[in-house]
Design a protein around this ligand. Structure first.
Ligand SMILES: Cc1cc2nc3c(=O)[nH]c(=O)nc-3n(C[C@H](O)[C@H](O)[C@H](O)COP(=O)(O)OP(=O)(O)OC[C@H]3O[C@@H](n4cnc5c(N)ncnc54)[C@H](O)[C@@H]3O)c2cc1C
Length: 379
């Protein structure tokens, strides 16, 4: 390893957190490298509804949202497993855009800003020695002064660091699967729908183009009980909710195969691991029911960049960078995550959801309060 090739910042993971951090750091003149194990563009499991709190930040990164034909969402629909429906205007609203489109746009911007983006490059170890990081990948080793972990909800690196959430026994907060695909549907263009079913919920929202995102979270048990067959699970379990039955009975033109992920965990995580700043889902994942993990990943990158910038510019020590980042992260996101975990637990009980939806229908302020406590403001 030549010391001349040392990077200012090495980022593991090229989702929203990693790419947004790469853009900000490269624009500030730092030598940045980002490792992504996949090749762009690709589909991810995600509901693809972004709260408007991120709109200005995305524009500031250079994302041309106007060009992308994103959908504008102003209404929330929530249905209980028995079909009882709640409809409410969203206080802030949001947009629908596929991650395939959005992440790809960010990669092009990051490269344009001078960041080195290494695709099909999987990081296996990040070691901190003599005040610098050596990063082992399938493309060889790299050196960096600063390192960020933006590797999402679950990664080989969680195992390598032996992170506590990774070792937790299976429980109500860590044994979920996520399924997502795009389809052509006949559905409200301005609504985000969250339809609950036995042990799960399914989001439907229009994204760019004339496609709808169908994305759901459910227990691994539900899939096992249906012989691991997604279509069978949709027919036997999701379609028990009459609103979902209408969706699944439609002649859906599917654009691509489902992307499926497993072992999703909403347990608490640490924000700094062996001097690496964790950002986005790697720092803590909010339940999709609360719908704004993407905004948290983007906002987290902005907070992290301010502290990394101060450190790389010699204005603060590594120790103070880590402590300040952790503190600011807690102030911004900890209570949102707590509320998200609480709501997720409520929504695992079918009878309780039916009651909750009836209460929210009569008292819209309860819904507004829940939305506010899980969303932030523009950043
Ligand atoms: C079912 C479901 C629905 C959701 N719906 C919504 C929604 O509607 N709205 C919303 O705002 N949020 C939603 N979210 C949450 C949102 O998807 C995440 O919060 C967001 O993607 C986090 O971004 P990130 O950058 O932290 O991670 P990611 O976008 O997951 O990116 C992490 C990247 O790291 C890469 N990586 C991992 N390990 C390595 C390694 N060792 N080496 C190299 N690369 C690596 C991965 O390939 C990946 O590309 C949903 C999540 C789920 C599970």
């Amino acid at each position: 390893l030549s010391r001349q090739n040392i990077y200012d910042l090495a980022i593991t993971g090229g989702g929203l957190a990693g790419l947004a951090l790469a853009i900000q750091s490269a624009r500030a003149g730092y030598k940045v490298i980002l490792f992504e194990k996949e090749a762009y563009p690709f589909h991810r499991v995600c509901g693809e509804y972004i709260s408007l709190e991120s709109y200005d930040f995305l524009l500031s990164l250079g994302v041309d949202l106007g060009q992308m034909q994103v959908s504008k969402i102003n209404t929330l629909q929530v249905s209980a497993p028995d079909g009882r429906m709640l409809e409410q205007a969203l206080p802030l609203g949001g947009i629908g855009v596929s991650r395939y489109t959005l992440d790809h746009a960010l990669v092009l911007i990051a490269r344009g800003a001078g960041a080195e983006i290494m695709e099909k490059t999987k990081v296996s170890e990040v070691n901190f020695n003599n005040n610098e990081f050596s990063i082992s990948t399938n493309q060889g080793p790299f050196l960096a002064r600063c390192a960020a972990g933006c590797f999402g909800k679950r990664s080989n690196l969680d195992q390598w660091w032996n992170r506590k959430f990774f070792k937790a026994k299976k429980n109500k907060l860590n044994n979920y699967i996520g399924v997502k695909y795009h389809a052509r549907l006949s559905f409200n263009e301005q609504a985000i729908a969250l339809h609950n079913f036995r042990n799960g919920y399914c989001g439907i929202v229009k994204v760019d183009g004339d496609l709808y995102n169908i994305c759901y979270l459910t227990t691994a048990d539900n899939l096992q009980r249906n012989a691991g067959n997604i279509a069978l699970m949709e027919k036997n379990i999701l379609s028990e909710n009459p609103h979902l039955r209408i969706i699944f009975d439609q002649q859906r033109t599917r654009k691509e195969d489902s992307v499926v992920i497993s072992q999703i965990s909403f347990e608490k995580k640490t924000q700094v691991e062996d001097h690496v700043l964790m950002i986005g889902d790697a720092a803590g994942m909010i339940t999709p029911l609360c719908g704004n993990g993407m905004s948290m990943a983007l906002h987290g990158s902005k907070i992290a960049f301010a502290h990394i910038n101060a450190f790389l510019a010699g204005k603060t020590s590594r120790d103070s960078m880590e402590k300040k980042y952790e503190k600011e992260w807690q102030v911004q996101f900890a209570s949102r995550l707590r509320t998200g975990r609480f709501i997720q637990k409520l929504f695992t009980n079918r009878k309780l959801i039916n009651v909750l939806i009836s209460v929210c229908r009569r008292m819209p302020w309860v819904t507004r309060k829940m939305i506010r406590s899980t969303h932030g403001s523009a950043f």
